[in-house]
Design a protein around this ligand. Structure first.
Ligand SMILES: NC(=O)c1ccc[n+]([C@@H]2O[C@H](COP(=O)([O-])OP(=O)(O)OC[C@H]3O[C@@H](n4cnc5c(N)ncnc54)[C@H](OP(=O)(O)O)[C@@H]3O)[C@@H](O)[C@H]2O)c1
Length: 279
């Protein structure tokens, strides 16, 4: 059955990396017509280019006008400017005008505090593979989010990748895992590629081998649904080559370091969120 969204226009505030990825995802997946996407950004040149490329509606002089002319708002500005934008649009936020925010690390209570009112809100943590529609987003809803808004939000966020609904208390851990995770993976990829280069492989060949090895390994876990360690055992011949490499990873506390990385990033996310609430 084709899901029909309950809202007819989406207003995007901030059309940088993430805002533009969402607009493209929504249009490419046919979730909403480009002409029904309203957008405002302080970067007028960027908006003009996006209007020409995508056919979105940019006929708004301010964020306030955009909100007045849209059924659902997507907040995609940097955390530093969120306060001023919320103050600008507060008067026009309402029960009938829900917001999806992808602003990192800002608790839902902050929106209520700055806007001075409660309205349906979805707080999200997407990640950068969203730029190629392969992101993963965790979304938490406040108590004013009704079933229609939740369904619309999941459809909208699904345009840039997979979506998981979580309680808000999980979002710091999500930030440390899937939010920061692409950086850990890029680090890992770079290390493996350098390993190939060290052993004499041309860099472009090492890169191709590493990318396919990682993508194929992820697919193997997904399609067999086996525990990663069971699949690891299948590669590890007794007295063979793989176990030699694994011992080096164990000696370097590879898994412990990954756990510590997620722990550190999640704790930092909590500190930043707590600081924002004091502002
Ligand atoms: N990139 C990521 O990895 C990632 C992942 C998850 C979540 N997020 C979150 O997504 C949000 C957007 O990130 P991004 O990487 O897309 O940032 P970005 O590329 O800087 O986009 C933000 C856009 O908002 C514009 N802007 C600034 N002030 C504005 C205002 N008052 N009204 C309307 N537009 C305004 C900026 O214009 P100027 O550049 O001219 O200031 C810029 O074009 C952030 O809150 C970030 O935390 C990002």
């Amino acid at each position: 059955m084709v899901y029909i969204m309950t809202i007819t226009t989406i207003g995007i505030i901030g059309t940088g990396n993430m805002g533009s990825a969402m607009m493209k995802g929504l249009i490419n997946k046919g979730i909403i017509k480009a002409s029904k996407i309203n957008a405002f950004d302080v970067n007028k040149a960027l908006l003009d280019t996006q209007k020409a490329e995508l056919g979105i509606n940019t006929a708004f002089a301010t964020n306030k006008e955009l909100v007045q002319g849209s059924n659902l708002i997507i907040m995609a500005v940097k955390p530093q400017v969120l306060k001023e934008v919320l103050q600008e649009i507060a008067e026009d936020l309402a029960t009938s005008k829900p917001m999806i925010s992808i602003v990192t690390g800002v608790p839902m209570a902050y929106y209520e505090k700055i806007a001075g009112k409660k309205f349906p809100l979805a707080r999200c943590m997407p990640n950068t593979p969203a730029l190629v529609n392969a992101g993963v987003t965790a979304v938490a809803f406040n108590e004013f989010a009704q079933a229609d808004f939740k369904a619309d939000s999941k459809k909208i966020l699904g345009s840039i990748g997979n979506v998981h609904e979580v309680p808000e208390k999980y979002l710091d851990a999500v930030t440390g895992l899937s939010g920061s995770g692409p950086a850990y993976v890029f680090y890992f990829l770079e290390g493996l590629i350098d390993g190939g280069v060290k052993m004499g492989l041309p860099r472009d060949l090492a890169r191709a081998l590493v990318l396919d090895t990682v993508a194929g390994s992820v697919k193997l876990v997904q399609e067999t649904n086996k525990h990663p360690m069971v699949l690891k055992d299948q590669v590890t011949t007794p007295g063979g080559t793989t176990v030699e490499g694994l011992q080096v990873l164990e000696d370097g506390n590879f898994r412990g370091i990954l756990i510590k990385a997620v722990d550190a990033a999640a704790k930092k996310s909590k500190v930043l969120s707590d600081n924002i609430m004091q502002q």
